[in-house]
Write a protein that binds this ligand. Structure first.
Ligand SMILES: Nc1ncnc2c1ncn2[C@@H]1O[C@H](COP(=O)(O)OS(=O)(=O)O)[C@@H](OP(=O)(O)O)[C@H]1O
Ligand SMILES: Nc1ncnc2c1ncn2[C@@H]1O[C@H](COP(=O)(O)OP(=O)(O)O)[C@@H](O)[C@H]1O
Length: 643
């Protein structure tokens, strides 16, 4: 009698990485998922959990459906029975078990690697004798993509005669992660030494091409422009007008994924039930993400009424390395119904179309839109102007000029620099270190002094216009850290006004929070320049878009530029004994990724309440950051903070 097939489940990438640690023996003594205190966890849909309760097994499969393991309930969590090892994937041959590594490489020194290496680090490696570079490629751990890290690490290994092993140690954002890291490295090294890479140095010129491919400039990154809104709100009209502008402008490969067109092709046969709409949007998202993976530009214009599905699309695109830009065409229902271009609203009102968005099916307004446009009473050109301006301000595309903008103003333009640079770096490791190489912790003359405390640490805050968020950060930090905190604070704007005062509402909030009128009246806004970035030891931005702008201006600033939220989260990851410049360097090498929740939204012209929300968010982050940045002898910000 044949048994019914086991229920299958495809885990997330993080869970698949954990599974590999469990089945290769790298996580020993942890053997299963969900053991008490272990960060190696697996979450299963409720219906499968019931199945496990009944003593049966669940089969874990990879995204292609290959069965990898079975899990069953056990005393300490979920027991894992391995079935097959993943056989394909780039650099698969480097994914070795601790047993295989012991057999091949016993007696060597083991060095974990999570980022592109610097000249200083390669020199260090040369002094270590026979080395195994352990590339930690699990979800969320490497600073670049796993493949990019392995390609770069292999290149260094070939040049210095080292071996490379790929270990899928993921980041679980858990307090148990550091212990797991040590335990996994020990599984591989056994009694051989494990040596951590030194901080600092210049990025190897031989890796500059990988650096550029992994961290593309914003105007070269794949981009998904996603219009959402009610039927008749103007999505297709605006999307079409925008595409015309893009085509006239040239320079990008463009794909349209219009709601109606998709429904006739990719999604033919789907209904307007919640489930089918979600399938429709996920399909659009999947195609758009693939387009963005290859650097293309996709313009999508479905209704996409559900917040959760839109967020899934954003995640898919970002995972593919693209940027996602959400345009909420917020024309109210009354106006859409008044237009009723296709006569659908009338039919829906008569009950002839079931589940019609806005009438008998919900539309969830996005809270994460990058721009919101109500087309009521406006011309198409005028409404499109809002979208074009938002795209320019975010640094993605400048369609306001007939030709791509010059590299120094507004949004950066494609330049010849990339080609020249890859030509130069093709020369291999023999050429390093070139003194014009892209430096890593940006030790321009004068910034190094900060490390020995000879001069104050220079912190530069950045937002868009330098009249609202960044002045708040600068002036509030000055008040919080005090004059003898050993830090100099400044600010500037990616599109900074020249010599404007602090926005009136924000100035009011600052005054209420104890920032004196002398500080307020002495403030003058200014645009961000390369010199300002170079002179800073630490650049903290309000949003990820500002950080990207900074990196486009000065790519070598990538280890000293963070969003404020990202930096606040990252300081928790490094040795609590580090302060000042040392802390900045350490964070540069162990930074958290930028995440949407890190962004401080622009409260400009949104009223006092919005300014206060941003101010509260900034205050909380500044407390966390200044406490760590100031030298221990300096006055504690935590105490001076609440005046
Ligand atoms: N029940 C119901 N609800 C909403 N819309 C309906 C419905 N039935 C048909 N139509 C027509 O289909 C278009 C919306 O399709 P989408 O694929 O964009 O919708 S969704 O994103 O899957 O919700 C939409 O086109 P647009 O007007 O371009 O938005 C309508 O013309
Ligand atoms: N400022 C505006 N922007 C976009 N569409 C507008 C505007 N003013 C009027 N309209 C009209 O509204 C209708 C919008 O339809 P459409 O673009 O197909 O919407 P959707 O794709 O959201 O269903 C069109 O007939 C368009 O001419």
């Amino acid at each position: 009698m044949s048994r019914p097939p086991l229920p299958q489940h495809c885990p997330t990438q993080r869970e698949l990485d954990d599974l590999e640690l469990l089945t290769s023996g790298a996580a020993d003594p942890i053997r299963g998922f969900n053991e008490p205190g272990s960060p190696l966890t697996l979450s299963l849909p409720t219906e499968l959990l019931t199945h496990l309760d009944e003593g049966d097994e669940v089969e874990l499969v990879d995204p292609e459906g290959l069965p990898l393991a079975r899990v069953s309930s056990a005393l300490r969590g979920l027991a894992v029975t391995p079935l097959t090892h993943a056989q394909f994937g780039p650099f698969r041959r480097l994914y070795l078990s601790p047993a295989a590594v012991r057999e091949q490489y016993a007696g060597r020194t083991f060095v974990p690697v999570t980022d592109l290496m610097t000249d200083v680090q390669v020199e260090q490696l040369r002094g270590l004798g026979p080395v195994v570079l352990v590339a930690l490629v699990g979800a969320g751990t490497p600073a670049i993509s796993p493949v990019g890290l392995l390609r770069a690490t292999q290149r260094v290994a070939d040049a210095i005669g080292a071996a490379v092993v790929a270990v899928p140690l993921a980041d679980h954002a858990s307090l148990a992660d550091p212990a797991l890291r040590i335990s996994v490295l020990t599984s591989y090294a056994d009694t051989d030494p494990v040596v951590e890479l030194a901080y600092g140095g210049h990025l190897l010129p031989a890796l500059a091409d990988i650096n550029e491919a992994e961290r593309p400039r914003r105007d070269q990154q794949g981009l998904v422009l996603f219009f959402t809104g009610l039927s008749g709100s103007g999505k297709s009209t605006l999307a079409q007008a925008l595409m015309d502008r893009l085509l006239e402008h040239g320079g990008r490969s463009l794909t349209s994924l219009d709601g109606d067109v998709v429904r006739r092709n990719l999604s033919a046969g789907l209904t307007f039930s919640k489930e089918d709409r979600e399938t429709n949007i996920r399909r659009i998202g999947w195609v758009a993400a693939e387009i963005s993976r290859h650097g293309g530009l996709a313009v999508c214009s479905p209704i996409a009424p559900f917040d959760d599905t839109r967020r899934q699309v954003r995640a898919m695109v970002e995972q593919a390395g693209g940027a996602f830009f959400l345009i909420h065409v917020a024309t109210p229902l009354e106006e859409c119904e008044r237009r009723d271009r296709k006569g659908l609203y009338a039919k829906a009102r008569r009950g002839e179309i079931p589940e019609f968005t806005g009438i008998s099916s919900p539309y969830e307004e996005p809270l994460d839109a990058d721009v919101r446009v109500d087309t009521t009473g406006r011309t198409i050109e005028d409404a499109l102007g809002d979208v074009v301006a938002a795209l320019r301000d975010a640094g993605y595309l400048d369609l306001t000029t007939p030709e791509p903008a010059p590299a120094t103003g507004g949004a950066p333009a494609p330049s010849l620099e990339t080609t020249e640079l890859s030509g130069r770096v093709a020369s291999g490791l023999a050429a390093l270190p070139a003194d014009d190489s892209r430096d890593v912790p940006a030790p321009s003359p004068g910034t190094r002094a900060a490390a020995d405390g000879a001069r104050p640490l220079r912190v530069l805050f950045v937002c868009t216009a330098n009249i609202c968020r960044s002045p708040y950060m600068e002036l509030r930090s000055r008040a919080l850290a005090g004059a003898d905190g050993g830090i100099e604070f400044a600010s500037a704007g990616t599109h900074g006004f020249d010599a404007h005062r602090v926005d009136r509402t924000m100035a009011e909030v600052l005054a209420e929070r104890g920032v004196g009128s002398d500080l307020l009246s002495g403030f003058a806004s200014r645009p961000l320049t390369e010199d300002l970035i170079e002179a800073a030891d630490l650049v903290l931005t309000a949003e990820a878009a500002h950080r990207q702008f900074v990196l486009e201006e000065v790519p070598s600033a990538f280890r000293k530029a963070f969003t404020l939220g990202q930096f606040a989260e990252s300081v928790e990851r490094v040795d609590p004994g580090l302060h000042g410049a040392e802390l900045v360097t350490a964070v540069g090498h162990r930074r958290a990724g930028t995440a949407e929740h890190h962004d401080i939204r622009d409260p400009y012209r949104r009223g006092k309440a919005a300014a206060e929300v941003s101010a509260d968010q900034i205050d909380a982050l500044l407390q966390a950051v200044l406490r760590r940045l100031t030298q221990p002898s300096a006055p504690s910000t935590a105490q001076t903070g609440e005046q």
